[in-house]
Design a protein around this ligand. Structure first.
Ligand code: ATP
Ligand code: MG
Length: 309
């Protein structure tokens, strides 16, 4: 699954990345994408050894990310925003824990987006996300994001008006089209200002979600992970699938592409997400800062002063 990279030690095969990405203007085609894929053929290994191989790949990406994050920090011109979206129990939390395990906590922020607060509801739909974006030199992970505003809000349109009439009186079908447009413009603005955006949809099957829910119900140590909303939202599976299909299709752009990652096998999805993030930083083409002659002179003066003490 990995090959030598240019700026980095290892990276995912370009062909594999191209398979995961949704090209601008192309349909997401979620129905036709295999959620159980382990991308085995890219490694030329069979399924029995693949888990081990994927774990080794993940370890390489974790090490790579640690270096890449240091470079991002030292360069201080760009930020990386990773948007993670998925149905419940698709593995967002575990992916963040594993993929980011080698990154300096000072260089990384993780923001979870649950139901909005009263203050957040009092603003436009992108407001709460804009105040939690990563600054230059940082990696920011959005665990759910402003995309909820075209996903959960679409499945439950009663959320839109928050019980009140909408500020602008438009037919609801236009609301989604307008929001996709606003999101694309917002992301374009961020990209122009030095934030690279990578959006990842963890694509889990309904069957695998059922298996993971049952595991959470059967294992007392995992009971806390289950919430009643999980079962009520599962009943709307098809509506969420439609909302994801349309949102990903409308918002996969050259400047902020969507990757659809098969999520039925956690070892595969974690390795793939690691590889996608490494590739995103590699594509920034960052180089360690080079000191100017006067900065060199300043270092020499500091050295002389310390040695003279
Ligand atoms: P897990 O996979 O562990 O359950 P989670 O991301 O689902 O994690 P929860 O705290 O269970 O986290 O759920 C957050 C909930 O908040 C989700 O159901 C999501 O759809 C909902 N949510 C997020 N943004 C909005 C929004 N703008 N309006 C309404 N609901 C939202
Ligand atoms: Mg949940």
């Amino acid at each position: 699954m990995v090959c030598p990279g240019e700026g980095v030690g290892v990276k995912l095969h370009r062909g594999l990345l191209d398979e995961l990405i949704v090209g601008p203007g192309e349909p997401a085609g979620l129905d036709g994408r295999d959620t159980g894929s382990t991308m085995t053929r890219w490694k030329g290994s069979d399924e029995s050894t693949y888990k081990h191989v994927a774990e080794e790949d993940l370890a390489s990406f974790v090490a790579e990310l640690s270096n890449a994050q240091r470079l991002l920090w030292a360069d201080d011109t760009h930020a990386l925003l990773v948007v993670l979206q998925a149905m419940d129990a698709a593995g967002k939390d575990g992916t963040i824990r594993h993929v980011m395990s080698g990154v300096n906590p000072q260089g990384c922020t993780v923001e979870a987006f649950g139901q909005p607060s009263g203050e957040e509801l009092g603003h436009d739909f992108l407001w709460r996300a804009s105040s939690r974006l990563p600054g230059r030199g940082m990696i920011g992970i959005f665990n759910r994001s402003y995309y909820e505003e075209v996903l959960v809000a679409r499945v439950h349109p009663e959320l839109l008006g928050r019980g009140k009439p909408l500020a602008v009186d438009v037919p609801s079908s236009y609301v989604w089209r307008d929001r996709y447009e606003d999101i694309n413009d917002f992301e374009r603005h961020l990209q122009r200002n030095g934030t690279r955006i990578v959006k990842i949809f963890l694509h889990v099957s309904k069957e695998e979600q059922k298996r993971r829910f049952l595991e959470r119900l059967d294992d007392p140590g995992k009971n806390w992970k289950f919430s009643n909303a999980d079962i009520t939202e599962r009943r709307r599976w098809d509506d969420y699938a439609t909302a994801y299909e349309e949102a990903i299709t409308a918002t996969s752009t050259a400047w902020a592409p969507w990757y659809v990652v098969p999520a039925d096998h956690k070892y595969a999805l974690r390795a793939l997400v690691g590889g996608i993030i490494v590739d995103a930083i590699d594509a920034m083409d960052l180089t360690p800062p080079v000191l100017s002659p006067s900065e060199h002179d300043a270092l020499e003066r500091a050295r002389s002063e310390l040695l003279a003490e």
